[in-house]
Design a protein around this ligand. Structure first.
Ligand SMILES: C[S@@+](CC[C@H](N)C(=O)[O-])C[C@H]1O[C@@H](n2cnc3c(N)ncnc32)[C@H](O)[C@@H]1O
Length: 258
């Protein structure tokens, strides 16, 4: 199914008009609206000034026979936050398609204190098409920041970092710690391996002692300001994008640019 055929009539739905308020109207902390009940968006909506609704309405025209399409979405419309090529596809069909072209990098994060960054790391891993996301330590993590992207991603739990290292090494994947530790090399100048797993530490303590010992090397992101560190999720995005810059096929039709 082409993108054009995903839109009945071949055209995109018209952009919705978003009502803007002046700063003085915005009295409810966090929501940006005087009355939070008026705010049609969830407070964690990633696109507060974008379209209030994305996607397409019910399918119109001849009923498609493509087994990848979800009959329920065809009937009710598809308002999921997925790229246009996947409109009306079942989740299983999307995951199967992603699996045919996943990238060589993995990401991992230590989760001893229910780190709040994991959700956003999962979302970025989905956007850059990571092979897998590994959670080390506690199984439970806050899924809010993932914005449902975890359903399209292979998530794997490991009790300890040595367990993670064993899993990766058996598959020929190097484990690189990303942290601004003494002795870390520059991420900016490293030759990023194609088969690699970037491991991130937690907000407070950073990479644990055990993690440092298990890594095949540690790399830091250069900083120039006064803060000791950046947020783990931001560090993860930078590291993943370093891989993309070196190895991804930017000329392919799969490179989504909105
Ligand atoms: C907020 S930092 C914590 C600790 C940090 N080692 C410190 O000295 O304060 C949490 C995680 O974000 C990542 N991180 C933050 N800043 C980084 C940087 N400049 N270079 C590489 N990783 C960084 C690392 O994975 C780190 O474990």
């Amino acid at each position: 199914m082409s993108i054009a055929s995903a839109y009945p009539g071949g055209t995109r739905p018209p952009r919705a008009v978003v009502r803007l308020r002046s700063v003085s109207d915005q009295t409810t902390a966090g929501s940006g609206y005087a009355d939070a009940a008026e705010d049609p968006r969830a407070p964690y909506d990633p696109m507060p000034h974008g379209q209030p609704q994305v996607g397409v309405g019910p399918w119109q025209g001849e009923w498609p026979q493509d087994p990848r399409l979800d009959p329920e979405l065809l009937v009710n419309g598809d308002r999921r936050n997925v790229v246009d090529r996947y409109r009306y596809w079942t989740m299983e069909a999307i995951v199967a398609d992603l699996d045919t072209r996943r990238h060589g990098f993995h990401v991992a994060i230590e989760n001893w204190q229910h780190d709040f960054n994991i959700g956003t790391i999962v979302r970025t891993a989905n956007a850059f098409l990571a092979a897998e996301v590994h959670i080390v330590g506690n199984r439970r993590w806050n899924r809010r920041g993932a914005m449902v992207t975890d359903r399209y991603q292979h998530l794997r739990h490991h009790a300890t970092v040595p367990d993670l290292a064993d899993y990766l090494h058996e598959r020929g994947v190097r484990l690189l710690g990303i942290d601004n530790l003494p002795g870390s090399l520059h991420l900016e100048t490293m030759a990023v391996p194609r088969e690699v797993c970037f491991l991130f530490g937690q907000e407070g303590p950073g990479l644990s002692e055990q993690a440092r010992d298990a890594c095949d090397g540690t790399f830091s992101i250069a900083q120039f300001g006064s803060t000791r560190s950046i947020n783990a999720s931001s560090a993860a995005a930078i590291a993943m994008h370093a891989w993309v810059r070196e190895h991804a096929d930017l000329g392919s039709a799969d490179a989504w640019r909105g």
